[in-house]
Design a protein. Structure first.
Lengths: 400, 100
């Protein structure tokens, strides 16, 4: 004999049935199951008792019914109603969208078939022709009216339950989907931030900056100390800016300034720059890493490929309901950067994060600068109107 | 050992200066006959001075170090100077007798 517990036929049946349901339905059925076997059966027993009392009362009326007949009839009707109610409660998905058929067509069909069947049975019992019953107009009318009222009420109950349950089910499904979407957004945002962190400080930048600083120091040039001070300022500004939950335009401006100051010393006359961010906007929140990515792009794809160099202008403005952060260069423009490796990754990352944080209300606009060069604009909803999509659930808070 | 001639091509002035100093220190018999700040200038100076060795930065304005190597690689030794790993492979593909 196997020691494993044998599955009963009922268990196997229940398992098959449960497998055909959705997760939400299964959850409902299980909780109902628990309820019924812990206390629900008492309610059922109580219902039978109450119905029987009513049957006794009914038997006192001049209906020509014994107490036994009345209790059987009453209990059958009430239990059938309960059974239908429970069936509709759990089978609501199968009843969806067929309200007209349920409430109007089905009762009429049942009524006609039921009346004919009843007449047939009555005729057989009384040894009369079934058609005789149909000829008794008064009885037929009473039977029909009672049947019609009953089946209509029954159909209405089923339809109402299935309607309510379907609505509830749709709402719950929508909520679960929204939650799943939300957690998906946070995950994507975290990944995107990680990518940004990994790509942030390039070894090439550090090698060349330190090499330049060493060269200046060996020559005893006073700029050596300044270059190293700039590098320290850059590293200090870069590291917390990527970790902090809140990041401001002011912090990003410091980072960009340190970076440009280093690059101007390294490229000497080939680079000129200006940063124009009004003090009022210094505390405005900005997702970390975006401004410096644009500035690095301007150097890498604009200034460095241009033999004559160029100029970089950083500015920030409120334009209507938007905050616009702009990085423009007069470098090589689109043509000069075509062959550079790594291009587009930084911009794609900015786009992705803007989309994840603001949905469709923020954008990254790219274009040609006049007379030459490249312009990138980050357009965000204004700080006082900002409603980031997912700041609630992510570490990348925008609202300060 | 006969005196070698070399050319330095690097767009950042400080790094160019550093390369010149290091070369003088480590290879005193080498004469630096030309210095260029970009690829086009490098090709022009190469035609004039015909150095035996060219030290090339990979990322430069205009023609890149790889383009320059492809033009002159047969006529001289090329040494690439770069911190970019991803360039190393294309560097060898462009001019097989190179050093990174």
């Amino acid at each position: 004999m196997s020691a494993a517990p044998q599955k009963s036929r009922y268990d196997a049946f229940a398992e098959r049935l449960l497998a055909s349901l959705t997760e939400l339905e299964r959850r409902d059925v299980r909780s109902f199951d628990r309820w019924f076997f812990s206390e629900g059966w008492r309610w059922l027993a109580g219902l039978v008792a109450v119905t029987t009392v009513f049957a006794w009362l009914g038997a006192q009326l001049p209906w020509n019914m014994t107490f036994g007949e009345a209790s059987v009839l009453f209990n059958v009707v009430v239990l059938l109603l309960v059974w239908s109610g429970v069936s509709a409660w759990f089978g609501f998905r199968r009843l969806k969208g067929r309200i007209f058929r349920r409430v109007v067509v089905d009762p009429v069909v049942f009524l006609v078939v039921g009346t004919l069947a009843g007449a047939l049975v009555a005729g057989l019992i009384h040894g009369e022709s079934p058609l005789y019953f149909l000829q008794d107009y008064t009885r037929l009318r009473h039977g029909f009216t009672a049947g019609l009222v009953f089946s209509f009420l029954y159909a209405l109950l089923v339809a109402l339950i299935s309607q309510l349950r379907n609505r509830e089910y749709a709402a719950l499904t929508a909520r679960l989907e929204a939650e799943a979407h939300q957690s998906d957004l946070s995950r994507q945002l975290a990944e995107s931030r990680l990518k940004l962190l990994q790509s942030q400080i390039e070894p090439h930048f550090l090698f060349n900056t330190l090499g330049s600083a060493q060269q200046l120091a060996e020559k005893g040039a006073p700029q050596a100390a300044r270059l190293i001070a700039d590098l320290i300022r850059f590293l200090r500004a870069a590291t917390p800016a990527l970790r902090n939950d809140t990041n401001t335009l002011g912090q990003d401006a410091v980072l960009a300034e340190a970076y440009l100051s280093i690059m101007r010393m390294r490229l000497s006359r080939r680079l000129d720059y200006a940063i124009d961010i009004p003090p009022a906007l210094a505390d405005v929140a900005l997702p970390p890493g975006m401004l410096i990515t644009l500035v690095e792009n301007a150097i890498k794809h604009g200034i460095e490929p241009a033999a004559a160099g160029g100029r970089i202008d950083i500015s920030a403005r409120h334009e209507g309901a938007s905050l616009v952060v702009r990085v423009a260069d007069t470098g090589a423009g689109l043509g000069g950067s075509a062959a550079q490796p790594g291009q587009g990754i930084g911009l794609a990352n900015i786009r992705e994060r803007l989309h994840l944080l603001y949905g469709g209300t923020a954008s990254l606009e790219l274009g040609e600068n006049a007379p030459r060069g490249f312009v990138a604009r980050i357009v965000l909803p204004r700080a006082d109107a900002q409603r980031p999509v997912s700041a609630r659930n992510t570490s990348e808070g925008i609202v300060r | 050992m006969t005196a070698a001639t070399a050319m330095i091509v690097e767009d950042e002035p400080l790094m160019r200066e550093r390369l010149r100093d290091k070369l003088a220190e480590l290879w005193p018999s080498c004469t630096i006959v030309a210095e260029a700040a970009d690829g086009d200038e490098a090709l022009a100076l190469f035609d004039i001075h015909a150095p035996q060795v060219a030290f090339l930065d990979v990322r430069m304005p205009g023609r890149s170090g790889l383009d320059v190597a492809a033009s002159i690689g047969a006529d001289c030794h090329v040494v690439f100077i770069t911190a970019y790993d991803q360039y190393a492979i294309s560097a060898f593909a462009a001019a097989p007798s190179t050093t990174c």
